[in-house]
Ligand binder design. Structure first.
Ligand SMILES: Nc1ncnc2c1ncn2[C@@H]1O[C@H](COP(=O)(O)OP(=O)(O)OP(=O)(O)O)[C@@H](O)[C@H]1O
Ligand SMILES: [Mg+2]
Length: 463
């Protein structure tokens, strides 16, 4: 063998730059699959599961220009969470974009104004001047008041709040009396019907963390109102964290899409710092990285960067050590749905990882519709239906027969015939009921389907 040849090979090998494998390596397969699947990595095609429990903090930041795929990522995260994990999720939905998803995961939608009301004054106890300014700004965005009236209302509010009394607009109006307030009173009276000047606030913060809850603010006309409501909600959550639940596991999410509207909120920073202790994860999405403050960036262990083009954003990413110049080149090349991922794992799980996801893998949003009588009742994604059916752990053959039945009925399944079919499989009643409930059918509808079947069978017997 020619020694020179070997020496040359070594020299050659040493001169070839070897790129360190940065995509996540599967160390502990169970931990890994305990996460939520989002898509495959670009180089090695490794399925990527986001498991927040392995990371240094539970918070998620999503950035990218308009149309790049931020909302799409969050929606898929919600749907898969609903199928596999069932955490509580609260969406402050500025544009009503999450209503469809709420229906799909059998969540609740609170529409501001109808079933969701706020008495802004209940939130005036701290930092009065600032909040009074906000309230006044809102008032003047809703009705016309001149400078003099503005000043009078301001003084009266300060005066009134000195006593530390909790009030609402209606009682405030009853208290201010006299000729000089006459016109102001008339003007303000119009607002007592509004959703944010209700007599009492209609919800308790802890009740907002119960399954999937969408607070739909899309009916509000001004950004200022949306911003104020987000402020009020975030502040109350942050002040009530300890009352909700202390958990090592992350099982409460707060979703702020288009978060720039809530970002100047000191309580949001507090949530970011303290949320982890209480099992809270906050997901913020924003078009500009530079909108997101340092507390949020430094407390987010998973950062999803879709295509961005703003030079200021690249500077922030570079300064915070999230993306160096090589990473920035990759970010500039991203297409819709592709994103650069930055993860900060706990020490024992290997530190920082950065990689590109080829495409956030959307669920086939193929749905089954369960109907009662003529009206459409329940929509359920195919993936969720299959998951629930599999988790019954039935005999393989029975499982296949159920899936076949569903397919034969093409997407529109009548609850009565489905129930009849399940009974014909000799499944016990407790299993059937729990199955139907997991699909999302209400107790009332299950009982009534059983009763109707009974009547039909009695009639048949009689015949
Ligand atoms: N991974 C993906 N696979 C398929 N379609 C996608 C993907 N990501 C985004 N899209 C599609 O691209 C469009 C824009 O995506 P999306 O609404 O998520 O953008 P965005 O980043 O939230 O924008 P904005 O800042 O304006 O809210 C949507 O119609 C969505 O369906
Ligand atoms: Mg969006």
């Amino acid at each position: 063998m020619n020694l020179t040849y070997i020496t040359n090979s070594k020299t050659l090998i040493n001169s070839i730059p070897i790129e360190r494998m940065s995509e996540p390596i599967i160390k502990n397969i169970e931990d890994y699959f305990n996460g939520i699947y989002l898509g495959k990595t670009k180089i090695y095609n490794i399925p990527f599961f986001l498991n927040l429990n392995l990371l240094t903090s539970p918070h998620i930041a999503v950035v990218g220009m308009t149309g790049a795929g931020k909302t799409y990522l969050i929606k898929n995260f919600i749907i898969r969470n609903d199928i596999y994990k069932k955490s509580n999720m609260l969406v402050i939905d500025l544009n009503g974009e999450y209503k469809e998803i709420a229906k799909l995961v059998s969540g609740k939608i609170y529409e501001l104004g109808t079933d969701f009301k706020i008495n802004l004054f209940e939130f005036l106890d701290n930092n009065k001047n600032n909040v009074i300014k906000n309230v006044l700004e809102i008032i003047s965005s809703l009705i016309k008041i001149n400078e003099k009236e503005h000043a009078i209302i301001y003084d009266q509010l300060i005066e009134y709040l000195k006593n530390g009394k909790i009030i609402n607009l209606r009682t405030f109006l009853n208290e201010i009396d006299g000729e000089k307030f006459k016109i102001i009173k008339l003007k303000l009276k119009q607002l007592t019907e509004s959703a944010i000047f209700a007599d009492t606030t209609s919800f308790k913060i802890k009740n907002l963390f119960d399954g999937f809850v969408d607070i739909d603010l899309s009916k509000l006309e001004t950004d200022l109102e949306k911003k104020t409501i987000s402020y009020v909600l975030i502040r109350s959550i942050s002040e009530n964290l300890n009352k909700i639940k202390i958990s090592q596991k992350i099982d409460n999410y707060i979703i702020l899409d288009e978060a720039w509207k809530s970002l100047e909120n000191i309580y949001l920073s507090r949530l970011f710092r303290e949320g982890r202790k209480y099992g809270f994860s906050i997901i913020v999405a924003s078009q500009l990285v530079s909108d997101i403050n340092n507390v949020i960036i430094s407390n987010s262990s998973s950062i999803f960067i879709f295509k961005i083009q703003n030079i200021e954003d690249f500077r922030v990413l570079n300064e915070t050590g999230i993306a160096d110049s090589t990473d920035i080149k990759k970010i500039l090349d991203l297409n819709v749905g592709e994103c650069f991922v930055y993860l900060s794992f706990k020490e024992e799980n290997n530190g920082i990882k950065k990689f590109v996801i080829k495409k956030i893998d959307g669920l086939p949003l193929f749905k089954y519709n369960f109907t009662i009588g003529d009206k459409m009742e329940i929509e359920i994604s195919k993936e969720k239906f299959n998951f629930i059916t599999k988790s019954l752990r039935l005999d393989k053959e029975l499982e296949l027969r159920i899936l076949d039945f569903i397919d034969e009925n093409e997407k529109n399944i009548n609850i009565m015939s489905f129930l009849n079919f399940l009974i014909s499989l000799n499944l016990n009643r407790a299993i059937i009921i729990s199955y139907l409930k997991q699909i999302g059918i209400s107790d009332k509808d299950i009982i009534s389907a059983y009763e109707k079947l009974k009547i039909i069978s009695i009639n048949l017997k009689n015949k």
